[in-house]
Design a protein around this ligand. Structure first.
Ligand SMILES: Cc1ncc(C[n+]2csc(CCOP(=O)(O)OP(=O)(O)O)c2C)c(N)n1
Ligand SMILES: [Mg+2]
Length: 348
């Protein structure tokens, strides 16, 4: 017989979110919603070649990103975590430059922002996070940082995730496995690839405590993530959080969801919109009024205009830079490719 591992109760005295913080969460979600839907339009206008929207996942992303301590933690995202980046204060022109394919993994500074380069290899970020977290343990630093890795329901079927969870549990690594279960891995629904009922259920097999939460409730997401950070920071090892949400739009700007789900299914399965739901709660609790929501929308629009102008202004980087920063010490194969490229493009 096994018992479910429990999250250590180290966060009991954490204060509830203040009204100011609740309004800040809404402002962030509104900014993310507007930037996200605008980025799809940018792609249609030829400003960026491609984008992976996160429509409907704003609560999961902003709520979790808001719990990060940017002085010591480190986040390892996939290709869909624009909302986490925004909540963590990453420079958004730098972040969006990734989708313009301007330079290696975007032009923001990962070390300063504590947000690793965008990862398109499904489950790749999970391995990096566990490695970084184990490094924290080995460093013996008194103010240990915690890694948080994002991945999807689809990624959870990759062998890498299982190896990462096993290693993290054996090594007691301070890492949060944050799954956004958005119901889909491109055209494959969760029930056709996640065995065992849920991703969170798998954690028990590794002795890792898990939380399956309403990923469309920003406060629930924040509180769960904050508890997970406290658990890891106190030396109790990894935590799995599965935030249940829904991908309301296409997988990417290259995808047509009409090929595998109807609009009617989409509408019914998506449930309530996390942004509207949070707005109604703030109104009902007297935390914010209509003037506040209008101002948040105006701020989001101004922010998007500035980011769009910044992206449009980004010129190309020198082609030779594609060979730099690939390895600490370039391999002979890379050096010969760089030489061949220079001869062909610069006729030297
Ligand atoms: C190793 C690897 N295999 C396959 C792909 C192609 N691919 C890109 S996204 C994706 C689905 C991922 O689904 P999920 O993990 O649920 O994340 P979501 O896109 O829903 O956020 C696949 C199969 C890839 N990028 N990397
Ligand atoms: Mg998914």
């Amino acid at each position: 017989m096994t018992t479910e591992p429990a999250l250590a109760a180290v966060d009991d005295d954490a204060a509830p979110l203040t009204h100011h913080q609740l309004r800040e969460l809404y402002t962030l979600m509104a900014a993310v919603r507007h930037l996200d839907t605008s980025a799809v339009a940018w792609q249609r206008q030829g400003i960026i070649p491609g984008y992976a929207p996160e429509l409907g996942q704003e609560a999961a992303q902003v709520g979790s990103g808001y719990a990060v301590d940017r002085t010591r933690d480190f986040v390892f995202p996939t290709y869909r975590e624009m909302g986490v980046a925004r909540a963590m204060g990453v420079d958004m022109v730098g972040y969006m430059s990734t989708h313009k394919a301007t330079w290696h993994g975007g032009m923001y500074n990962p070390l300063e922002s504590r947000f690793a380069p965008i990862q398109a290899v499904v489950a790749g970020s999970v391995l990096h996070a566990v490695g970084w977290a184990h490094g924290q343990t080995l460093s013996g630093a008194p103010d240990m940082g915690v890694a948080m890795t994002y991945f999807g329901d689809g990624a959870s079927s990759q062998g890498d995730v299982h190896e990462a969870m096993n290693f993290a549990a054996v090594m007691n690594a301070p890492v949060i496995f944050f799954i956004q279960n958005n119901g889909w891995a491109i055209s494959v629904p969760t029930d056709r690839q996640v065995a065992g009922g849920s991703v969170a259920a798998r954690a028990a097999g590794y002795g890792i405590p898990s939380l399956q939460i309403d990923g469309n409730d920003v406060v629930a997401v924040y509180e769960a993530t904050r508890s997970a950070f406290a658990h890891c920071r106190a030396g109790n090892g990894p935590v799995v959080i599965e935030a249940m949400t829904y991908r309301r739009g296409p997988h990417s700007t290259a995808d047509d969801p009409g090929r595998y789900r109807t609009l009617e299914e989409e509408r019914l399965d998506a449930g309530g919109d996390p942004l509207e739901r949070f707005k109604q709660r703030l109104l009902a609790e007297g935390v914010a009024d209509e003037a506040f929501f209008a101002a948040a929308q105006r701020a989001a629009e101004e922010e998007e205009e500035a980011i769009r102008a910044g992206i449009a202004d980004l010129g190309p980087r020198p082609g030779s830079e594609m060979f730099s920063l690939v390895f600490q010490e370039p391999t002979p194969a890379l050096q010969s490719q760089a030489t061949a490229w220079r001869e062909e493009s610069e006729h030297v």
